[in-house]
Unconditional design. Structure first.
Length: 100
């Protein structure tokens, strides 16, 4: 299994949305989304060492909703609502690619 690389995750996320939208977000905004995803994993118990979590354990709808909710609480976040799901799904695909 490969090591998680934030820079590669950010690149994958940028490819998932139109370039005009991607240019609106700096890397810190996308890293914030990654942090929100990993905090959600922790809250769901998916980071426990003994948890045999696989892709089926991740409720993507709930995760996308959670990321949207957290971003909506941040009045400074420039992330557009329509970009949230593609960004989250791109991050998840990047994680899955580490297992291949």
């Amino acid at each position: 299994m490969k090591e998680f690389d934030e820079n590669q995750a950010v690149k994958a996320m940028r490819k998932a949305i139109p370039s005009e939208n991607s240019s609106l977000y700096d890397d810190d905004e996308l890293l914030n989304i990654i942090d929100i995803i990993w905090d959600w994993y922790e809250d769901q118990g998916l980071l426990d060492i003994d948890a045999e979590a696989d892709d089926e354990d991740v409720n993507t709808d709930a995760l996308v909703k959670h990321v949207g909710k957290m971003l909506s609480k941040d009045s400074m976040s420039p992330v557009k609502r329509e970009d949230i799901e593609p960004l989250v799904m791109a991050e998840l695909r990047y994680e899955q690619s580490l297992d291949e």
